[in-house]
Design a binder for this molecule. Structure first.
Ligand code: GLU
Length: 426
């Protein structure tokens, strides 16, 4: 049976890069009806961050990467590692010095190893390797010892982890051998870099999963996007559901070259997922996301207007605020509209609106204001922007007429009046 695990160190909140490692381990386990475990590697007490474990667990849940059983917490197994470290002393391959237990590396020979990713055959010269610490003087194991002991006891195979561990392979293989344990297969995942090919960081828009969640990203879009950072689904398809990924994922199709994280691509994909949703489903997701929205229950009719225009759930707010709250007018917004006397023009708009038969119809509305633009000698586009600015306080909104219909004719008229007052006073 395939047993995989995700083994984060709680040195901060769950980072987007970790999502890919967790996802691949999850996919492989689910595809093979195996198990996917969580191990918290918290033995480096200096780097431990309060709340990080909770954040990791919550992030995995939100993403739908549910792990099997209870998480293994390394700091709770201190004695276990101590016992195994002593066993290596008894076997004559480790020694105690300055309070710590060290592994004795052979001084010559080679360690050969084939990585599952790209079937890379790598050999390490032992003359270049040094003895290393297994158990620190504070009684906690190093990653090297804890990895070998835990992945043996948890029967992990294959071990899926970041490329940064590839250089530690000789230590791990020799430790497995010293215990007389079977060496697992390893899949070292390619590095994730930013669009400028440098180490992925905040500057590239890479942040914690929780922050992406707050920004209005969807878990399914994050999973889909992160899956593609190193893996090409059959047929080169880009939009792949989690179920499809489970069916088709194969470490054979993961490449060893660095993968580029591009936040604009992730945003695009998030928008694709938003557009794929039914209006009902999107309304529900928006209501869940906008828990503090002043008019949470009035979201549904607005959804069809914004669906094509938002990339993140959070984009809904600035685009539609004016439908739920009075706009704050800003001189700068009106300054961008090329109409000389805006107050005068709005006065005419008002007059025209009052003469239109209610309920207003799209065609008549459009015709009336095209005509007005002509009469005033202004561009049609500017005329509609003026109405838009007066009604919403902004220059970018969902389609104007539909927005006015949601707002209601009376409110729209009132806002024209308010905008006129604003223009007069400012
Ligand atoms: N705790 C290690 C890390 O965060 C995990 C390495 C592994 O998966 O074995 O990088």
């Amino acid at each position: 049976m395939i047993k995989t695990r995700f083994a984060p160190s709680p040195t901060g909140t769950m980072h987007i890069g970790g999502v890919r490692t967790a996802l691949y381990a999850f996919l492989l386990a689910r595809k093979n009806q195996g198990t996917f475990n969580l191990r918290i590697e918290d033995t480096d007490r200096n780097r431990y961050v309060e709340g990080a474990v909770e954040d990791i667990i919550q992030s995995l849940r939100w993403l739908g990467l549910n792990f099997d059983g209870e998480p293994v917490i390394q700091s709770e197994r201190k004695e276990l590692y101590q016992k195994y470290a002593k066993e290596l002393i008894e076997k004559g391959v480790a020694y105690e010095q300055d309070g710590a237990i060290w592994f004795t590396m052979p001084k010559k020979g080679q360690v050969r190893f084939t990585d599952l990713i790209g079937k890379r055959e790598i050999s390490f010269d032992l003359a270049e390797q040094k003895d290393f610490v297994l158990l620190k003087s504070d009684g906690f194991p190093t990653y090297h010892l804890a990895h070998v002991v835990d992945d043996h006891l948890m029967e992990t195979n294959p071990v899926i982890r970041g490329d940064e561990w590839l250089s530690s392979i000789p230590k791990h293989i020799l430790t497995f051998q010293a215990f007389g344990w079977e060496i697992p297969n390893y899949a070292h995942l390619p590095l994730i870099v930013g669009t400028d090919r440098s180490k992925l960081s905040k500057r590239h828009g890479a942040k914690g999963v929780g922050e992406f969640r707050q920004d209005g990203f969807l878990p399914e879009a994050i999973l889909n996007y992160m899956a593609l950072l190193g893996w090409t689904p059959p047929g080169g398809k880009e939009i792949v559901s989690l179920d499809e990924m489970i069916r088709t994922f194969d470490l054979k199709n993961v490449h060893s070259t660095p993968a580029v994280f591009d936040i604009t691509k992730l945003e695009w994909m998030n928008g694709e997922y938003i557009r794929k949703m039914s209006d009902e489903r999107l309304s529900k997701r928006l209501r869940e996301f906008l828990v503090d929205h002043p008019a949470k229950d009035k979201i549904a009719p607005v959804v069809p207007l914004v669906k094509e225009r938002i990339k993140k759930l959070s984009d809904f707010v600035p685009l539609t605020d004016f439908l739920f709250e009075k706009p704050e007018y800003d001189r700068e917004v009106f300054n961008k509209i090329k109409i000389e006397d805006k107050k005068e023009a709005l006065d005419k708009v008002l007059y025209k609106m009052e003469s239109l038969q209610k309920p207003w119809k799209a065609e008549e509305f459009e015709k009336a204001f095209r005509k007005l633009a002509e009469d005033l000698g202004v561009k049609v586009g500017d005329m509609f922007q003026l109405i838009r600015a007066a009604v919403s306080g902004q220059l970018v909104t969902p389609p104007l007429f539909e927005s006015i219909k949601i707002l209601g004719e009376e409110k729209a008229v009132k806002r024209i009046e308010e905008a006129m007052k604003f223009l007069q006073s400012s």
